[in-house]
Design a protein around this ligand. Structure first.
Ligand SMILES: C[S@@+](CC[C@H](N)C(=O)[O-])C[C@H]1O[C@@H](n2cnc3c(N)ncnc32)[C@H](O)[C@@H]1O
Ligand SMILES: Nc1nc2[nH]cc(C(=O)O)c2c(=O)[nH]1
Ligand code: SF4
Ligand SMILES: [Mg+2]
Length: 218
C-alpha cells in the first residue's frame, strides 16, 4: 500500500532541474518529524515547510499496487511532446518508494526524480536523486545527482557534506515555515543573504531559490 498526501503538475522550483515541468508525487509521513506542530520544536528536522500528514490532499489517496499509483500519476501529465517527469517527494519518499514502483513509473514512460533527506538507502533505478541533509541526522547516501542543503542549519553546515559525491552542490535559503507558501519572498529573507555570501566565498556551492514560491504556483 502506498500512501500519497497529494499529487500535482507544476514546475520543479528548486535545484538543477528548476523550471522543468513535473508531476509531484508527495508521499505521506517522514522519519524526521511527525508533521504535527506540537512536535516541531523537538523534531530532528524542525523547519519543514510542508504538510505531509494523511492522504487528503489534491489527487491524494491510498494505492494498493505500484501500477495503480503509476497510472494515477500518468493521468496528471499533459498530452504533449516532452518526456514525462515525476518528482517523488514528501514527507520522506524513501519510506515508500521501492523497486516495483520505480519499474511501474518507467513502464508509464516517466523519468524519475527523488527529493530525499538522505537518511535511508535509495532503491536502484532512480534517474535524478536530490539529497537534502537535515541537522545531525546521519546521511547514508554517498552518491547523488545533487546535494541541496537548506542554509543555514547550525548542525548541518556545508563543510560536513563535501565527501558526498554529487554533480551539483546547492545552498537553498531556509524559508520560515510560518510564512504562507503563497507570497513568501525569499529575496527578503536573511537566510538568502547568508547563503549568497557563503556561495561567493565558496564557489563550489551554487545558490538556488524556491522559484515556485516567487512565482506563487503549486
Ligand atoms: C519537504 S522536503 C521532502 C523531501 C525530503 N523529506 C527532504 O527533506 O528532502 C522537500 C524539499 O523542501 C526543502 N525544504 C523543506 N523545508 C524548507 C524550508 N523551510 N526552506 C527551504 N527548503 C525547505 C527540503 O530540504 C527538501 O529539499
Ligand atoms: N514547485 C515545487 N518544486 C519543488 N521542488 C521540491 C519541492 C518539494 O517540496 O519537494 C517542491 C515543491 O513543493 N514545489
Ligand atoms: S523537510 Fe523533509 S525531512 Fe524535514 S520534516 Fe519535511 S519532509 Fe521530513
Ligand atoms: Mg516544497
Amino acid at each position: 500500500m502506498y500512501r500519497v498526501k497529494e499529487a500535482f503538475y507544476t514546475l520543479q522550483g528548486e535545484g538543477a532541474q528548476a523550471g522543468r515541468a513535473a508531476v509531484f508525487c508527495r508521499f505521506s509521513k517522514c522519519n524526521l518529524w511527525t508533521g504535527r506542530e506540537k512536535d516541531r520544536a523537538g523534531a530532528v528536522c524542525n523547519f519543514c515547510d510542508t504538510d505531509f500528514i494523511g492522504t487528503d490532499g489534491q489527487n491524494g489517496g491510498r494505492f494498493d499496487t505500484p501500477e495503480a499509483l503509476a497510472a494515477h500519476i500518468r493521468k496528471l501529465w499533459p498530452d504533449a511532446p516532452g518526456r514525462p517527469y515525476v518528482v517523488c517527494t514528501g514527507g520522506e519518499p524513501l519510506l515508500q518508494l521501492d523497486e516495483p514502483l520505480i519499474e511501474a513509473f518507467h513502464k508509464e514512460g516517466f523519468e524519475i526524480g527523488v527529493e530525499t533527506n538522505g537518511t535511508l538507502p535509495a532503491p536502484e533505478g532512480i534517474d535524478w536523486l536530490c539529497v537534502s541533509p537535515k541537522a545531525d541526522a546521519p546521511v547514508v547516501i554517498n552518491t547523488c545527482d545533487e546535494l541541496k542543503l537548506v542554509y543555514p542549519q547550525p548542525l548541518a553546515m556545508p563543510e560536513r557534506f563535501q565527501h558526498v559525491q554529487a554533480s551539483h552542490y546547492f545552498l537553498s535559503p531556509m524559508a520560515s515555515p510560518a510564512m504562507p507558501e503563497q507570497g513568501a519572498d525569499p529575496v527578503k529573507q536573511s537566510s538568502t543573504r547568508k547563503a549568497t555570501e557563503y556561495c561567493l566565498a565558496h564557489p563550489q556551492w551554487r545558490l538556488t531559490l524556491q522559484m515556485h514560491k516567487i512565482l506563487g504556483i503549486d
